[in-house]
Design a protein around this ligand. Structure first.
Ligand SMILES: [Zn+2]
Ligand SMILES: [Zn+2]
Length: 76
C-alpha cells in the first residue's frame, strides 16, 4: 500500500532530508542520516502492529535506498 503524497511530504519534512533508519543490524551507528531527496527517499511502513497498515504519518519512516533494500530483504 502506498502512502498518499501528503503523508510523504510530511514525513520528508520531519526527516529533514535524512534517512530515519535506526536499525542496529545495519551498517550505521545510531541513525543512518544518509541524505535523501523527496524523490530518492523510500517511504516504509513501520511495522508497529502487523495488523495495522494505515497510511498515516506515524506509520511512515523515511529510508535511503540502501536501508530500504536491507529492510525489504529482511522482511518475512
Ligand atoms: Zn539509511
Ligand atoms: Zn539502516
Amino acid at each position: 500500500m502506498e502512502f498518499p503524497d501528503s503523508v510523504k511530504d510530511a514525513a520528508f519534512r520531519r526527516s529533514g532530508g535524512q534517512c530515519e533508519c535506526m536499525r542496529t543490524s545495519h551498517n550505521h551507528a545510531g541513525r543512518c542520516s544518509t541524505t535523501v531527496t523527496r524523490n530518492t527517499a523510500e517511504y516504509n511502513h513501520i511495522p508497529v502492529n502487523p495488523k495495522t497498515t494505515s497510511n498515516t504519518l506515524a506509520n511512515c519512516e523515511v529510508l535511503c535506498v540502501t536501508c530500504c533494500r536491507e529492510v525489504l530483504a529482511c522482511a518475512p
